[in-house]
Design a binder for this molecule. Structure first.
Ligand SMILES: Cc1cc2nc3c(=O)[nH]c(=O)nc-3n(C[C@H](O)[C@H](O)[C@H](O)COP(=O)(O)OP(=O)(O)OC[C@H]3O[C@@H](n4cnc5c(N)ncnc54)[C@H](O)[C@@H]3O)c2cc1C
Length: 481
């Protein structure tokens, strides 16, 4: 039997790689983690979830200060934002979480941590930093990077991506955001709230293209009201550096050419897998522009090499990376044929209002050719939302022909938290009548979950047939007015 230095080797110390490393090491496998950056934690900690949610909170507080009068408080005109201080707060939060993702912690769990950029020299061995390492099983969890489109002039114009935006030393006076996915939307709203003049440029006819248009429009309406300018259904013709400003030339659907100028351009146009330099083509690991090709057990075309997380291009969320890391442990360490099941994969965009989703939305159901019915409840009818000046938004539940849930989308205050009740209901196979009949504390935003479940039941409970039977048994006399 071949001898290997390690039972399992992991490339990439982000959400997916750290999940596998900690699980494998704690289960007694001889484990090495190889990371190219000087710190562990990956995109989520350094350039993604953590800094963006910290920034969003600062922007939210500033916005609330400016709207004090809407809460019956004295109007306040806060001073301008010193972005260096916001960036310092972001760094402070990252530093706190970094402890959890430290080399010492992983060493303590029993894993070796090495730094460098490995390249496969054969299916079981990599070289990095003058060192050769072999392992029986490999995990490529190298994540993704911002995708940079070949717009004419972009390569000779300064721009920023999620790698730089949280580390700026001052607030850009104006910002053009190329793209309108979750990252673009979250950043556009935050920077607008902090005081930048923000323009969003988007190719399709809605923001957050993966979501149903009616839900995404609710987010866009609120952002537009706050001052963000949107150009939808436009093509980027050219990008130019004007010295003190940058210019993006767009072509509208009607063929009109428009020049937009701003101090800074944020490119947020999707993600590309980090596969360069790994030598995957030399060992027949299949990949495309989207990512490394994997089966439902997260195995690549070399079955001892796994690829969880952003690098496979499927669901690019931290919780998806963690889930997939768990699937890899099941297969690689426990040797169980555990398969990934994304049916109830939730996600959220942390705009205001937030937009969270689980299961199928209308777009997905239509694409799959599934018949469905829709039940909607408005946050305008939720007492807590009204108490918080947050009555903008709605919940939408989709049922199939057999009245089984297909999915739920929530656009409203704390939607990312509210969707968790549906995570439990849908994974636990709880019935809608069970949810509708359960007691929720009053007044809470979560009552909207119970209410939408009940909205599907009420026509049945209050149907003429039920009324007829009740009249028959109890001799009720009918409507009083
Ligand atoms: C601005 C922004 C906001 C986001 N917000 C959210 C959110 O709110 N919620 C959410 O769920 N997701 C969010 N995401 C997505 C989330 O960050 C990713 O889905 C998650 O980080 C993926 O984890 P991963 O382990 O696959 O990759 P990563 O976390 O990127 O980790 C990959 C690691 O591999 C290393 N690496 C890369 N190449 C090599 C190499 N050749 N050799 C060695 N090491 C290498 C990298 O340095 C990195 O440490 C956000 C992303 C961005 C950009």
């Amino acid at each position: 039997m071949a001898h290997f230095d390690y039972d399992i080797a992991v490339i990439g110390g982000g959400a997916a790689g750290l999940t596998v490393t900690s699980g494998a090491a704690q289960l007694g496998a001889k484990t090495i983690l190889i990371e190219k950056e000087p710190l562990l934690g990956g995109d989520c900690l350094h350039y993604g979830c953590v800094p963006s949610k910290t920034l969003i909170k600062s922007a939210h507080v500033y916005q609330t200060m400016k709207r004090a009068d809407q809460f019956g408080l004295p109007a306040v005109t806060p001073g301008p934002v010193d972005f260096a201080k916001v960036a310092a707060r972001i760094k402070g939060v990252i530093d706190k979480i970094q402890v959890h993702d430290s080399v010492e912690r992983f060493n303590g769990l029993g894993a070796e941590v090495a730094f460098g950029s490995p390249r496969f020299v054969d299916e079981h061995q990599v070289e990095f930093d003058g060192r050769t390492v072999s392992a029986k099983q490999w995990v490529v969890a190298t994540g993704s990077s911002p995708s940079i489109p070949p717009f004419p002039g972009l390569d000779s114009t300064p721009y920023i991506t999620n790698k730089e935006i949280f580390y700026l030393d001052r607030l850009p006076k104006s910002l053009i955001v190329l793209g309108a996915g979750p990252i673009a939307v979250e950043m556009a709203q935050s920077f607008a709230r902090l005081g930048s003049e923000v323009t969003v440029v988007q190719r399709s006819n809605q923001i957050l293209s993966r979501e149903d248009k009616d839900m995404a429009d609710l987010v866009m309406e609120n952002m537009a009201e706050e001052g963000v300018v949107f150009h939808l259904e436009v093509a980027v013709e050219e990008v130019k550096d004007l010295g003190d400003k940058r210019q993006v030339t767009i072509k509208t659907k009607g063929g009109e050419i428009v020049d937009i100028q701003a101090e800074t351009i944020l490119v947020a146009l999707g993600r590309a897998p980090n596969i360069e330099g790994l030598g995957l083509d030399g060992i027949d690991v299949e990949f495309s522009r989207r990512g490394i090709v994997v089966d439902n057990r997260l195995r690549t075309s070399q079955s001892h090499i796994y690829a969880p997380g952003d690098v496979n291009g499927a669901y690019q969320f931290t919780h998806a990376a963690g889930y997939e890391g768990g699937i890899v442990i099941g297969n690689a360490i426990f040797h169980l044929p555990r398969k990934a099941n994304y049916t109830w994969m939730p996600w959220a965009t942390y705009s205001d209002p937030e937009l969270a989703s689980i299961g199928m939305n209308e777009k997905a159901a239509q694409k799959a050719g599934i018949d469905y019915s829709v039940f909607v409840e408005q946050f305008g009818g939720n007492d807590r939302a009204l108490a918080e000046n947050a009555g903008h938004g709605q919940i939408k539940m989709l049922l199939d022909k057999r009245e089984k849930p297909l999915g739920v989308q929530i656009c409203g205050p704390h939607a990312g938290e509210l969707v968790s009740e549906w995570v439990a209901v849908l994974n636990g196979k709880m019935t809608l009548s069970g949810l509708a009949g359960s007691i929720h504390p009053y007044p809470t935003l979560a009552e909207i979950n119970k209410r939408v479940a009940g909205s599907y039941l009420s026509p049945k409970i209050f149907s003429p047939t039920v009324q007829k039977w009740l009249k028959f048994f109890f001799r009720y006399r009918g409507s009083a007015v």
